[in-house]
Design a protein around this ligand. Structure first.
Ligand SMILES: Nc1ncnc2c1ncn2[C@@H]1O[C@H](COP(=O)(O)OP(=O)(O)OP(=O)(O)O)[C@@H](O)[C@H]1O
Ligand SMILES: Nc1ncnc2c1ncn2[C@@H]1O[C@H](COP(=O)(O)OP(=O)(O)OP(=O)(O)O)[C@@H](O)[C@H]1O
Ligand SMILES: [Mg+2]
Ligand SMILES: [Mg+2]
Lengths: 229, 229
């Protein structure tokens, strides 16, 4: 689903230049669980942001769902994202003036323009699957950290995207709640063929990944396949 | 250092009433590492916020450093916090328009009014101890998740407080970086007699705690002491 060749991302210039991604190459198959691991500052979020068309590479090639995403302009980029990609951000990015329900409903309404009956059914289904149905009318500042994280997860999954980019989706969750979320994701992978790419430090997530890429200082230092070394 | 008796916190009222803390009792000794664990939504952040005078209990007694904090008005509360308590928030709460250095310096300047030479020495010392000295002039939106978390840690420790409340301080950190931060905290406990209270899901943090309180649905369900069951 995703192919990267010599991908490079540099922030700033001159003395404050940071090479966050220094030339990476990888292939990611559809309907898979893939994780990127690595120390803080190694480039995981930067990489997810480029795959998700939220940021543009400085150089290199990047294809997502048969589309060369390095060549998309701003409007095409936004449309491509809305049609294909769900995000779980490291800092959740919930809209403070919308309730949990409305935050999850948002991409169906504003981006995909789905009919009301379908929206309600999809939103309620995910609220229940994430164990937060009784939170649906609460605003983000009335939710615990892990409850907010699960609203972010539900919002990412509600459009049934081809690709979900999950930046540390279990960081604020207790063990049982994290397992519940991972099972929900595995179910979508198996039933809808969704591809999940994780940035993570959580051994539970790593254990589920079929392929694990290890980043260090902007470079891929290792690739581990399930069942392999 | 902290004593709670029949502590209760209720949000909202009537049909939307949430009893986040339902009557808890505990004692916390000075110069200790204590952790509160429990499922998402069990009341950990609510409890830390009350201990830290960021929120008031609905009922019950709460004494911190020999002060009955339930009786402090808004100004006294802010002064007490500034003099005694450092916070690491679940969502970091960095000030976006200040650099990493300035975020860490803020409590020394605006709250404790320390002299310039002392401020610089303390801020640089913590930037280095947290492994982010080369980040000092970056703004929060130029930092990775784990780098922001470490700025939040440094800011909480810079005033050498009696009590540090750390709400999931290692959630976004890789193993080695988390251990580094925990060692820094243990050093402060041993050298300055600082008390650390953690809310956490991280086994590494739990393993270092001398006392672990288990919360479930707003109640204390278990207390485990180091070396005990
Ligand atoms: N907008 C930006 N401007 C300048 N530098 C940046 C920016 N965003 C990230 N960086 C730098 O690029 C590097 C990689 O950042 P990135 O957020 O990808 O790391 P990460 O692997 O996600 O880390 P973490 O595990 O801490 O979240 C870091 O050194 C960071 O400081
Ligand atoms: N401002 C608020 N208004 C209404 N309800 C709230 C508010 N803050 C928290 N709650 C509710 O109180 C309960 C406890 O929240 P708290 O943030 O203390 O949980 P937590 O143990 O820190 O969870 P997590 O591990 O997910 O961070 C939750 O059910 C939450 O929805
Ligand atoms: Mg990151
Ligand atoms: Mg919390």
């Amino acid at each position: 689903l995703v192919n990267a060749e010599n991908l490079l991302k540099t922030y700033g210039s001159g003395e404050v230049e940071v090479k966050a991604i220094r030339g990476v190459n990888f292939d990611i198959e559809p309907a898979s669980f893939v994780s990127f691991v690595g120390p803080s500052g190694s480039g995981k979020t930067t990489l997810l942001n480029m795959i998700g068309c939220l940021d543009t590479p400085t150089d290199g090639n990047l294809t997502v769902a048969d589309t060369d995403v390095t060549k998309l302009d701003r409007n095409s980029s936004a449309r491509f994202r809305g049609d294909n990609i769900g995000f779980i951000f490291q800092d959740f990015n919930l809209i403070p003036v919308l309730t949990a329900y409305e935050n999850i409903e948002y991409p169906l309404l504003m981006v995909q323009n789905r009919p009301a009956v379908e929206r309600k059914q999809r939103v309620m289904s995910l609220l229940e699957a994430a164990g937060i149905a009784d939170m649906k009318d609460k605003f983000p500042d009335q939710l615990s950290g892990g409850q907010k994280q699960r609203v972010a997860v539900a919002r990412a999954l509600v459009t049934d995207p081809k690709l979900v980019l999950a930046d540390e989706p279990t960081a604020n969750l207790d063990h049982a709640t994290a397992r519940n979320i991972l099972n929900l994701m595995k179910e979508m992978r198996d039933s809808s063929g969704t591809t999940f790419i994780f940035s993570t430090h959580d051994p539970k997530v790593m254990a589920e990944a079929e392929v694990t890429f290890t980043l260090e200082d902007g470079l891929l230092k290792g690739i581990r396949q399930e069942g392999g070394e």
